[in-house]
Design a protein around this ligand. Sequence first.
Ligand SMILES: Cc1ncc(COP(=O)(O)O)c(C=O)c1O
Length: 355
Amino acid sequence: MKDETYYVIQKKDNVLGLVNVPIYLSSTYRQLEPGKPISYEYARTQNPTREIMEEIIAKIEGGKYGFLFSSGMSAIDTLLSILNPNDHILVDIDIYGGTYRILEKLYRKFNIHIEYADFTNLEELSKKINVNTRMLIVETISNPLLRTPNIEEISKIKKNAILVVDNTFATPYYIKPLEFGADIVVHSITKYLSGHSDIVMGAIILNNDKLAHDIKFYQNSKGGVPSPFDLFLLSRGLKTLHIRMEKHTQNASRISEFLKNHKNVSEVYYPGYSGMVSFRIKKDIIEFAKRLEIITLGESLGGVESLLNVPYYMTHASMPEEERAKRGITKNLVRLSVGIENIEDLIKDLENALL
Ligand SMILES: Cc1ncc(COP(=O)(O)O)c(C=O)c1O
């Protein structure tokens, strides 16, 4: 991201000189005559706080259009609304459990043909893409095994498909998928972009005018928009994204080295950047989780505090047992969101829990 930190892209307020994004709390707007609003009509459709933050979120990802939603799942649901019955879509095998769930439990019902592929295997992926493939869905850093499919190479073989990249784990600080050929970027803002585990929010960013028009229509029609208070918290969180991401990476790199050398850890997955580290332990997982004192056992990730997730029982529990087994989501797999605490404290906490 470098030159596109919040401070650089925030527009200067030349009316009042505000240095923060104002919170506009008006669900409706006065009209001059019936059907003639002054400018805004109704806050599901437009809200000035959201407009400012949508422009900022688009710029942070290097995109033309940004749309904000009441959750990451609402953003994903809205972008899936552009599909038509009988469309074929391909989804990476290692993907957030909630994305898998909405596809399997809801969109299959609408006759969307959902198929999974290993997006790190371009040969396999290429064979599965056909002329009717309307969409490809992949995460920059996959969940929970933290693989890093090559977005640029995938974009070269996508044919007519819309390439959707969930950039939640990597963040635009490290990679901007639109620059590598993605058509749509989606985020759970709940995670690193807001960064403080205090809001639930999602985003869609894209360049295509026609698709943006459709997304805008579905955003208003479905109505999953964020609250102005939460948008303010996003603005506050984004201001420190660059500093937080550097520290997450520093701490996660140290922890991955520590884990690689630990006798009670069998495998460590770390992509080399961002704050997510997954690993398999040789100890009882319940005992391990209970012994942690600084690291909190809880769903979610990307906050300043370290959070530990056991995907089998938590984020991926909605996946059928055999699907979890196929994907390597075993009971002893741990996904750690490394926070920005003192690194020695974190290592001591893990050391103690792994005894
Ligand atoms: C990669 C990824 N995408 C999407 C989501 C869904 O976002 P939200 O929880 O904000 O609805 C999550 C949530 O954990 C996620 O990890």
